[in-house]
Design a protein around this ligand. Sequence first.
Ligand SMILES: Cc1ncc(COP(=O)(O)O)c(C=O)c1O
Length: 402
Amino acid sequence: MNPEHTQHQLAILGATPSFPEPLHVGRPNLGDRETMLRRVNEIFDRRWFTNDGPLVKEFEARIQQLVGVKHCVAMCNATIALEIAIRALELRGEVIVPAYTFIATAHALQWQEITPVFADMDPATHNIAPETIERLITPRTTGIIGVHVWGRPCNTEAIEAIAAKHQLKVMYDAAHAFGCSHRGRMVGSFGSCEVFSFHATKFINCFEGGAVVTNDDALAAKLRLMRNFGFAGVDKVIYPGTNGKLTEVCAAMGITSLEVMEEIIVANRRNYEAYCEGLKSLPGIALKEYAAGERRNYQYIVVEVDETKSPLNRDELVAVLQAENVLARKYFWPGCHRMEPYKSFFPNAHLLLPQTEKLAAQIMVLPTGQSVGAEDVGKVCGLIHTALSQSAVVRAALSKQD
Ligand SMILES: Cc1ncc(COP(=O)(O)O)c(C=O)c1O
């Protein structure tokens, strides 16, 4: 172990936390404050707060250009955007999704009484394993939703080949993958449509926000209707719709975030490289690497803790870090299939999901983003080194807490 990383007194052993203020995963990135406040003032002057205002239109146009798609339909969040996209594609019956994702992917189906059928993950990418999809297809299956977990694109070629063979529709939950590319093509143009999240914790944020992007003109028109109660003009409703609109103030936040997108990537990449350096060659600790040669937002620092090789397991390391005010997270523990209502619907689902089961118990996500400096990263890595080198006393202290 690197001796420079063994200096820390651990809070779990009675010292004061290394970070006086919590270091959060997903602490919001900010655009320029003055520019944002100017935009808010302009919104007040216009008194146009929502309903397809000028800033929503500008936000959509910027995303279309950045992603290289014909249509961006901005929404109030990605969960509603997923629900509307699923409905617009007329999915029903059963839809295959990865078990290893944020619960919103599954709930967006269940909310409309479509059964999410959970596929296992590929341990190399953490994305849906295409070879596990085909055996889940039944006469009730209508589609596949791939999730680009951590901004690493799914194997879209394999997924789309299976879908074509079985005449299924494909869409993607790209909540993590804004600003990322796949084989040189920006995420956003795969499948029938893709959904981005602009939640406060995401790489680019609108406070709350989301969008569906697509190259399909008819689908985009339907999404716009559905987002706005089905209104096709004043007093004219032609479709069952809901309220999925993005507000002007949220669009202002999104535009202001987009203006500093490259700066955020620089900060995230610097932190990612510092974590790679700081955690290298620790037994049982593997930082998930971002492939070179593609565009990435570097928003997630994902560490696999293999308890057969590491002196402490994932849960123990998370407990040590949290005691230091480093609020590491166990995403997406314990997997959608182990949460309700899915756990009750499919009590034996875990038997078909060995990789999800294994990795959900090993993955730890560490803080990064604009508000985390290189010095913070060095300190977090130092804490991990110290904890691992004092694993016996750490474990004893943790067992006293139980
Ligand atoms: C993979 C994934 N899908 C969907 C969502 C839901 O996004 P939102 O919070 O914008 O509704 C999230 C949010 O964290 C997510 O991580």
